[in-house]
Design a protein around this ligand. Structure first.
Ligand code: IPE
Ligand code: IPE
Ligand code: MG
Length: 631
């Protein structure tokens, strides 16, 4: 029962949030939630620490952004006014997300939560896009318009928070996917969100009027006979009382017609029940003193609130004690990037969270990479412009050698020197993940001398390089089948030896095929389903990714191929769906770290939209470069 009354420091500890800067971010989110979302805060206290902190981060961060867009009196601001502040926040968020860390405390907490729970960023982008437009105020003519806006903008955020709760019940599918297969549930969710937003529109009315906004559909005003001008001048009329009566009735009906999903964990059901009841109380407070809504936000009546919450707290604590919280997230890969070595042991736990259970202790003194012989230094890029994960198809060795009258194997050996230099350059520029395609499942078609060079010499060279105490963690992605046992042994040994290094994660794709990786994941999932350990209806992208060769490999930001061909040849199809692609004519043996740096600079100039709409850039364009082969 004690879990519901833990002070914040204990909550963070039990959520695996140890970094002081990160805690500050969560604290800011907690305070914002408490100050602006009394009900959400009260309900968060009914949840175990990891869920509680996640709710604070989502709610608090969105409120922080909302405040930027809504800052009172900012409508007339120009230049670095509210639109500019909002834009800067969103750009920084995109960059932070790419980088896996936050450059301000609130963003840091939000991104930590998104990584810990593997939340896709799409719902935030939709929300941000609307906030941009809200800067100019928004009017709704009809209820239909008002509800549509809600379903597009507010529902995805609420559903995302809801999906965290559903995961406790073992449902890890995306809420939209659940909704698609259970239409009744989708309607119930939508109706709840509408009730919550209508209630909040009423209780926040005076704030909105301060900014000259009327957050209600014109249709509702017309039905009650309220004139917009009266509202804006805060005239309390009988028509306004009538409006409040109609709106509170409507919201109450919506709340009453939104049944809870039947599959919930009992404690989650208690929390959601309390959420609806607290909203009923808020509606009651609004209905009791309609005219006051024109001037201030009504407080929840203290006694009624306590009467409601006291038994609920006991019930929730009891339910958590009887059915303990099944998930134990730890810190995500950033700012202490320690990826788990092994596949997750419980299919219910968040992928990101688990990898962090490996201690982040750096046990060796890392040496610096040798400088490039030309003296070249990496470009200075703002951290938010850096890709987090670069993947490379190192192609063109054979043609490079043939063009020089050399055997193709010489091309592969020259390619190893190129790879070593690129790894040094990746360390110098501070890249976190580099994944290279060393041998594909299709490459078995090659002659024996090439197989020898590719299969033995690349892993051996990488092994020697990491022996030199560079801060490189080696991973292997691929399948054992057909691989010589000593190669497998060496790859596994290198993984073990470097598992505590935190600088660059270098993933060698050896005997790797993208379709094979996806097929193997599907087969393992099917096995789990047949064994009754996972429900097919609960399989989400998030669940699926946990069965890939290296489950914690982040999405590829930049996929580079040398050698002149423009194809991906079965490389990382799952991870690279949203990667920026860059094809260079340079054959791989002619590449060095400067090619990587140029490619990263080119990446930094690109605009990633993830299906959203283009934005006006907030920063002057980065210096242009050619992004083409260097030497
Ligand atoms: C890539 O170079 C080497 C690997 C398969 C790792 P190639 O050997 O494919 O060179 P080209 O494409 O024939 O020039
Ligand atoms: C891709 O290069 C594989 C690696 C670099 C390991 P390939 O040379 O094998 O690809 P294709 O044959 O051009 O598609
Ligand atoms: Mg090739």
């Amino acid at each position: 029962m004690g879990s519901l009354v833990v002070p914040p420091a204990g909550v963070y500890r039990r959520s695996g949030i140890h970094d002081p800067a990160l805690r500050r971010g969560y604290e800011a989110c907690r305070r914002a939630t408490r100050a602006t979302g009394e009900i959400e805060y009260a309900v968060s206290l009914l949840l175990p620490p990891p869920l509680r902190t996640a709710i604070w981060a989502l709610y608090g961060a969105v409120r922080a952004v909302d405040d930027l867009a809504d800052a009172p009196g900012a409508a007339e601001e120009t230049g670095p006014g509210r639109a500019g502040r909002l834009e800067a926040w969103i750009s920084a968020f995109d960059a932070d997300l790419r980088d896996g860390r936050g450059s301000d405390p609130v963003r840091q907490a939000l991104i930590h939560t998104m990584l810990t729970w593997n939340l896709p960023p799409g719902f935030l982008h939709t929300l941000f896009e609307e906030l941009r437009q809200d800067v100019h105020g928004r009017q709704f003519a009809t209820w239909q318009e008002w509800r549509r806006y809600n379903s597009l903008i507010n529902t995805p955020l609420v559903l995302r928070a809801g999906s965290l709760l559903l995961r406790v019940a073992g449902l890890s599918a995306e809420p939209e996917a659940i909704a698609a297969s259970v239409p009744d549930l989708a309607i119930a969710w939508q109706t709840t969100v509408d009730a919550v937003y209508l209630t909040d529109a009423l209780v926040d009315l005076s704030d909105d009027l301060d900014r000259g906004h009327v957050p209600l559909p014109q249709e509702a005003l017309d039905e009650a006979g309220v004139h917009r001008a009266d509202l804006l001048t805060r005239r309390a009329t009988p028509a306004f009382d009538e409006l409040v009566r109609r709106l509170t009735d409507r919201a109450r009906t919506w709340l009453d017609h939104a049944p809870l999903p039947p599959v919930l964990h009992p404690a989650v059901a208690v929390a959601l029940g309390a959420y609806a009841d607290l909203y009923r109380l808020r509606l009651q407070a609004a209905a009791n003193a309609p005219a006051a809504l024109l001037h201030r936000r009504p407080a929840l009546p203290r006694n009624a609130r306590l009467r409601l919450l006291l038994p609920v707290r006991t019930k929730a604590a009891l339910a958590w004690a009887l059915f303990p919280f099944p998930i134990q997230p730890g810190p995500p890969p950033h700012p202490s990037p320690t990826d788990a070595l092994d596949a997750p042991d419980s299919p219910d736990s968040p992928r990101r969270a688990e990898q962090a259970c490996v201690p982040a202790v750096e046990q060796h003194a890392a040496t610096l990479p040798p400088p490039h012989p030309s003296g070249a230094r990496p470009p200075q890029l703002p951290p938010e412009a850096m890709p987090r994960h670069v993947a490379i198809v190192m192609d063109g060795n054979g043609r490079w050698a043939t063009a020089r009258g050399l055997p193709r194997t010489d091309g592969h050996r020259a390619g190893i020197d190129a790879l070593i230099d690129v790894v040094h350059g990746a360390l110098e520029i501070g890249l976190k993940h580099l994944t290279v395609y060393a041998f594909s499942t299709e490459n078995w078609k090659r002659p024996a001398d090439e197989l020898q060079a590719l299969l033995y010499e690349i892993p051996q060279a990488m092994s020697r390089m990491v022996d030199q105490s560079l801060d490189v963690r080696l991973r292997w992605a691929g399948v054992r089948s057909r691989l010589p046992a000593d190669v497998v042994e060496q790859l596994l040994q290198d993984e073990r030896a470097t598992r505590d290094r935190t600088g660059l994660t270098l993933t060698l794709c050896v005997n790797y095929g993208g379709r094979a990786e996806i097929t193997a994941a599907a087969a393992k999932l099917a096995q789990e389903a047949v064994a009754g350990r996972i429900a097919p209806s609960s399989v989400s992208e998030h669940t699926f990714a946990r069965y890939l060769h290296v489950p914690e490999l982040p999405d590829v930001d930049l996929l580079l191929r040398t050698g002149g061909d423009q194809r991906t040849s079965n490389f990382l199809p799952w991870q690279a769906t949203y990667a920026e692609l860059l094809f260079l004519d340079t054959p791989w043996p002619e590449v060095d770290r400067r090619t990587l740096w140029d490619a990263i600079a080119e990446y930094a100039r690109r605009t990633r939209r993830y299906g959203s709409v283009p934005r006006i850039p907030t920063q002057p364009a980065l210096p242009s470069g050619h992004g083409a082969p260097t030497p």
